[in-house]
Write a protein of this length. Structure first.
Length: 662
């Protein structure tokens, strides 16, 4: 080398050392990596148990707190913390804003008033401003913090602020967060929403160990400081209360853990108190039919003990929720007139009724419920799935139809299977366009999105590095499995029959849900009790109004309704609202008639008493046509369709000659 900068490396085989062939450089790197993470030198990289739990802020603190929490004494104050990461891509931002609004709903404070967001330095913060700051974030964190002894706090705000201060110290960054306290359940709790950015604007990544146990341990530390460790008397009182509970308790978990292979347990305990607990609980389980007495203080536990007790606990929670909603609405319902709607039951039928209340069954998982006063005279609790899947805007007093969702193979899945069968078990956009020349690339991309959703669930489809999809011969069966799994997020389909309450439909100059029931007949039996009684009364009054307005005639056999009555009423309202929109938009209205083609830009939906319509802006005017959910993904885009009767067949993402969406 002439100087220090003229060195030129030459890569090749390493020379033999000590009579043995030297390991290649890559092998030495893999061995060093194994040693660095505590593995054996001879173990291959990737064969360990790496889970990513140590990636992110707070990893070290989380491990220390987790190890300490595992040996916590029974005198520790217990705090339940539920943590989740919410992606904000797609509809995530709007869903996050809706979540904040819902957290601030009425009836969550001690006084039953509207909840208020607060932050580090203020007791009232602007949720909209918080949402705008996080509009570009990749994700956000949500925590629910529920101290077991939260009812001993007059105000949870100081505890929450100190907890967030501890989190900032552990994570090494300032956090942008808002919180709201809820006192509407038996256990006061706090909802905390944290932006997914650190104080430098980078994505905030929190280690899983800290998310799962670190936050809980920090909260328990603070509650211990505030209230002091639990006394032995408090601990015993808590355990005594579990003896008669119809839910899965800590005593049940101890019994299950100590049972032998035949699920046999004994009343013998560590001491007299423990033995009394076990004996009392086993006697309760025996009365519930979940434990069989064998004599001499021995019992055999039912094989489905845990699942049955969980179901009983959920049912008890539902009954308490219904009673709370009835009290809030100022109504009374007998136990016989309350029901839990089960869409999976073999005899499940559509439910038509009035929305009495809507709420969160699981605030952490964003699972909602409805209380529906049915035309059958009973009030029903309906689990409707996650908020993201519940796209119908439901208000108190609106009238809906709830139907079980049947697992069925979609046409998109059949198309994917057909294309793959003709292409050696592979699917991609090019293969689709060759298979169906009428399809557009945009339409084929909808099939790719379907496959991507299946891939994220895991194990259903696989994507090659080239972008092609590997489609198994049993793809349709796998698609059915995927749809079955999705039922948890959307177990029922909800159709809005009337956004207006029943008493507003009696004398309105429009086609109403009552009119359709009168003309076509009700597919569901209307019982003369509860909401069914109100419906019968409204129908009688509506008949009188229709006769007085000349839309119907009284005859000896009852009331007759001429053909086209509903269409006439709908058109009257449509023209009336269209005139108002024409003044607002400064454009003339062009009525869409059957058989005409509709081409234009979809602007928004318009809710009428007669139903929901889509506002389509054309070159020289605008029109109103029946709305379909598929249009909401086309706001501001050009759409085309053909009017057919009282509906429209849309051609979205297809060639003009291709099939559309009716």
């Amino acid at each position: 080398m002439a100087d220090d900068d003229s060195f030129t490396p030459r890569l090749g085989r390493q020379r033999q050392q000590g009579g043995k062939r030297a390991r290649r450089y890559l092998g030495r790197v893999l061995a060093a990596a194994n040693l660095a993470r505590g593995g054996a030198a001879g173990r291959k990289l990737g064969e360990g148990s790496f889970t990513g739990s140590r990636i992110g802020r707070g990893a070290g603190v989380g491990r220390v707190l987790a190890s300490r929490g595992g040996h916590a004494a029974s005198s520790r104050r217990r705090v339940i913390v539920k943590a989740s990461i919410v992606r904000l891509a797609g509809k995530g931002t709007s869903a996050a804003a809706a979540h904040l609004r819902y957290l601030q709903r009425d009836g969550t404070t001690r006084e039953g008033e509207r909840g208020a967001l607060y932050g580090r330095d203020a007791d009232a913060v602007d949720g909209k401003a918080f949402g705008e700051r996080g509009a570009g974030d990749r994700h956000q964190f949500r925590f629910i913090v529920s101290p077991e002894d939260g009812d001993q706090y007059d105000d949870l705000k100081p505890l929450t602020r100190r907890l967030m201060g501890r989190l900032e110290e552990d994570l090494g960054t300032r956090l942008d967060w808002v919180a709201v306290d809820h006192f509407n359940t038996g256990h006061p709790h706090t909802h905390i929403v944290v932006r997914g950015k650190d104080d430098r604007g980078a994505d905030l990544v929190i280690a899983r160990d800290y998310m799962t146990t670190g936050v809980r341990e920090r909260a328990a530390e603070l509650v211990d400081l505030d209230l002091g460790p639990r006394t032995q008397r408090e601990t015993q009182q808590t355990l005594r209360a579990e003896v008669e509970q119809e839910r899965l308790t800590s005593i049940d978990r101890a019994l299950l853990k100590g049972a032998d292979a035949d699920r046999t347990v004994a009343t013998n305990g560590r001491d007299a108190f423990d033995q009394a607990l076990r004996a009392g609980r086993l006697a309760k389980l025996s009365r519930l039919g979940l434990a069989e007495p064998l004599g001499a203080g021995r019992f055999r536990l039912a094989p489905d003990l845990a699942d049955t007790l969980r179901s009983l606990g959920e049912r008890g929670d539902i009954i308490r929720t219904m009673q709370r909603e009835f009290s809030r609405a100022g109504t009374m319902r007998a136990q016989a007139d309350q029901a839990i709607y089960d869409p999976a039951a073999p005899d499940a039928r559509p439910l038509v009724g009035r929305v009495l209340a809507r709420g969160l069954a699981d605030e952490h998982a964003d699972r909602h419920y409805l209380i529906v006063d049915g035309v059958d005279g009973r009030s029903h609790y309906v689990a409707v799935g996650t908020g993201a899947e519940t796209d119908v805007a439901l208000s108190r007093g609106s009238i809906v139809r709830v139907e079980p969702i049947q697992v069925e193979i979609r046409e998109v899945d059949r198309t994917i299977a057909q294309v793959a069968a003709a292409n050696g078990g592979r699917y991609d956009v090019d293969a689709h366009l060759r298979h169906d020349p009428t399809a557009t690339e945009a339409f084929a991309e909808t099939h790719v999105r379907r496959l991507e959703a299946m891939r994220r669930m895991g194990g259903i489809v696989e994507r090659e590095p080239s972008g092609r999809w590997i489609i198994a011969p049993d793809h349709l069966e796998r698609a059915a499995t995927y749809e079955t799994a999705r039922l948890r997020d959307r177990p029922v389909a909800i159709t809005m029959l009337s956004a207006q309450p029943l008493d507003k439909l009696v004398d309105v100059d429009a086609a109403t849900w009552i009119d359709r029931e009168l003309v076509l007949g009700s597919p569901e039996p209307v019982r003369d009790a509860g909401f069914g009684h109100d419906v019968r009364d409204a129908q009688a009054r509506r008949r009188q109004w229709l006769v007085a307005q000349g839309f119907a005639e009284e005859a000896s056999g009852g009331t007759t309704f001429p053909n086209g009555m509903i269409a006439t009423l709908q058109r009257r309202e449509l023209l009336r609202v269209a005139g108002q929109l024409a003044d607002e938009l400064k454009m003339p209205f062009g009525e869409a008639v059957e058989g005409t083609r509709i081409d234009g830009v979809y602007r928004r939906s318009v809710d009428l008493v007669s139903g929901r319509f889509a506002l389509i802006e054309r070159a020289r005017d605008f029109t109103l046509v029946p709305w379909r959910p598929v249009l909401e993904r086309q706001v501001g885009k050009s759409v085309a369709g053909l009017m057919r009767g009282d509906g429209i067949s849309w051609s979205i993402g297809r060639g003009r000659s291709g099939p559309g969406i009716s």
